[in-house]
Design a protein around this ligand. Sequence first.
Ligand SMILES: [Zn+2]
Length: 69
Amino acid sequence: MSDNVMYDSPTEFLHEVASEGGKCVAQSVIPTDAGDYRCACSCERWEILAPSREEGLRLARAHTGSVPE
Ligand SMILES: [Zn+2]
């Protein structure tokens, strides 16, 4: 047994992220066909539409607590 955690492959890393049980480790801001931006988080409890990429990023930071709202 070792305290060191090593990731042998990206797949293993993603599996580890998935097994984290919905933590806010990654956010995505993806443009939609409607012209706005769908923002989602790896915790799968947060998904919104933003009018711009900047607003989406701001809301993502607010969601993860990186900035005071
Ligand atoms: Zn989240």
